[in-house]
Design a protein around this ligand. Structure first.
Ligand SMILES: Cc1cc2nc3c(=O)[nH]c(=O)nc-3n(C[C@H](O)[C@H](O)[C@H](O)COP(=O)(O)OP(=O)(O)OC[C@H]3O[C@@H](n4cnc5c(N)ncnc54)[C@H](O)[C@@H]3O)c2cc1C
Length: 509
């Protein structure tokens, strides 16, 4: 047996997915697509327990996931009541009355050695720069309610970068059809016991209420917050991040669609948290994320209901969570994917992406004949690092605020933050330089938009930007903005794009 191998077991070919929410069915779809030959993939879910049922806004990486499965974009949007997302608008985060967009895609155009924002900072000093968002095609198109796929008409402008809003339940159902058509075997039933090998402690099967036992060699825990295998059975432990991310509850409610059909998510700051708004074809998804130490559930529900675009279509549904991560996402022969592996509030729509990257990592570290301790350690190291960098990005939205209207916001502004984030903020504030570690999820341009949007704006950037003449800086910024405005004016509306390409049946989209 090679050093570090946990157990000799022969080829590991029998995979059991526990849970049929977004995580379970995304995993089943990907495994059935990429492990076509020689593997047996089973999924167990319980209709009686149900799924979390929220999770409707995504980031552009999901297009790679769908493309990897060979899914046609229009077919997918039609099936999931989907719409286009070009970014997230943050309202009231820096201070009441302020707004900025964290848009996908580039901002401005780099010149020579320097990223665009150094010229923008120089332009600000000279009084010739517009708001940062004016130089983002995505932000301008989002605000204008417009969208087109593919190349731009204006030379030198890259095309729009998009993600989706969709109905999470319909997406899971879509992927279920996909996975079952490729051989995934689904079992409906509530798991009431977990069977383990007496010697190794590995999980050998999950026993259902009706007595049946679903056996396997590798188990993917997609059972949601509870972590049926990874926590309740294997006690992986949980690292709690609520000292930085104090919101621990949400109320979610759908409402009738508004007249403006925005191709972006909106996140509006509230006295003890924030509210999301996600426009779908048939309805708008809304939710209020809040800190239970600062607001009662009744108040949270009332705030949510008082701030909807249209008539509420259900009663607000309460959800509870703790920000943090499972100490090890892979323990023995169990790999946690989805909410079972950790949770960050949906401020930057990262959870579904984390499912996707968890699946990619599982495929990268797929065991052959034995589960190697070194592979498990590396899987866990990468999973922890990924979540920590996203955590820092989310904390930034709370820390860099000038809001002082409630105790909640004052505490956020005054809290101690992880050193990793403090260093990034200090570097940018002093020099305009942005630190991005290796291939972390959020790009320099993402950090830039949120730093600036939250009010962290350095006085000066790179000294080389000052070598360009003042008139040249003004001309450069003005021509970029004019090109973006011209391009946006020629784009079809988002509503027309949906109507012409991917309208779901029986909607007035
Ligand atoms: C308030 C809120 C808002 C969110 N918004 C977004 C967003 O905008 N964008 C985004 O990317 N993500 C968002 N998320 C996260 C997103 O909802 C989840 O990442 C996603 O739904 C995956 O959930 P899951 O499949 O891991 O768990 P779940 O949906 O909880 O599924 C768990 C599954 O396990 C099964 N199960 C559990 N116990 C048993 C048992 N004993 N026997 C049999 N089956 C069992 C259940 O039946 C179910 O099928 C949000 C989350 C919350 C809480």
């Amino acid at each position: 047996m090679p050093d570090g191998a946990i157990r000799p077991s022969g080829p590991i070919r029998e995979l059991v997915i526990v849970g049929g929410g977004t995580a379970g069915w995304m995993t089943a779809a990907a495994l059935s697509r990429f492990l076509e030959h020689g593997y047996r993939i089973r999924l167990v879910e319980s209709d009686a327990i149900g799924t979390i049922g929220v999770g409707e806004a995504t980031i552009p990486q999901i297009r790679l996931f769908n493309a990897g499965l060979g899914i046609d974009e229009d077919d997918f949007l039609r099936a999931t009541q989907g719409t286009i997302k070009l970014g997230i608008e943050f309202e009231g985060w820096q201070a009441p009355g302020t707004r900025y967009m964290h848009a996908f895609g580039p901002v401005g155009r780099d010149l020579g050695l320097l990223p665009f924002h150094h010229y923008w900072l120089r332009g600000r000093q000279l009084g010739v720069a517009d708001a940062l968002g004016a130089y983002s095609l995505n932000a301008a198109a989002a605000r204008g309610g417009r969208f087109r796929r593919g190349d731009t008409q204006t030379q030198g402008l890259p095309g729009l970068t998009h993600a989706y809003h969709f109905d999470a339940g319909l997406y899971a159902a879509y992927l279920r059809r996909y996975a079952e058509a490729r051989g995934t075997l689904r079992t409906e039933g509530r798991i009431t016991a977990v069977e383990r090998d007496g010697d190794s402690g590995d999980i050998t099967g999950v026993r259902l209420e009706n007595g049946d036992c679903i056996t396997g060699q590798l188990f993917i825990d997609c059972s949601g917050f509870r972590g049926l295998l990874i926590e309740e059975t294997l006690h992986a432990g949980y690292e709690d991040w609520s000292q930085w991310l104090a919101c621990d509850r949400a109320m979610a409610v759908p409402c009738a669609s508004a007249a403006d059909f925005t191709p972006y998510t909106r996140a509006t700051a509230r006295p003890a948290g924030w509210q999301w708004r996600i426009p779908l074809q048939h309805r708008t998804g809304n939710g209020h994320v809040y800190s239970s130490a600062d607001m009662s559930d009744d108040e949270a529900a009332a705030t949510l209901l008082a701030n909807l675009d249209g008539e509420a279509l259900a009663d607000p549904r309460p959800l509870r969570f703790t920000a943090g991560r499972r100490r090890s996402a892979w323990v023995r022969n169990v790999v946690a994917i989805g909410l079972s592996s950790g949770f960050l509030e949906p401020l930057e729509s990262t959870s579904i992406h984390l499912i996707q990257s968890g699946i990619a990592r599982l495929l990268a570290f797929l065991p052959g004949d034995a589960i190697e301790a070194s592979a498990v350690a590396e899987f866990n190291r990468q999973s922890a690092w990924e979540l920590e960098t996203i955590r820092d990005f989310i904390i930034l939205h709370y820390k860099a605020t000038a809001r002082v209207d409630t105790a909640f916001w004052r505490r956020r502004r005054d809290m101690a933050i992880p050193a990793s984030l403090a260093e990034r903020m200090a570097l940018f504030a002093a020099t305009g330089r942005i630190r991005r570690d290796h291939d972390e999820l959020f790009t320099e341009v993402a950090w830039l938009q949120v730093l600036v949007g939250q009010g962290v704006v350095p006085g000066a950037g790179h000294p080389l930007a000052g070598l360009l003449g003042d008139d040249d800086i003004a001309g450069f910024l003005a021509s970029l903005k004019a090109a973006i405005d011209r391009e946006v004016a020629g784009l079809p509306s988002h509503r027309d794009f949906i109507r012409q390409n991917c309208a779901a049946a029986a909607t007035g989209a």
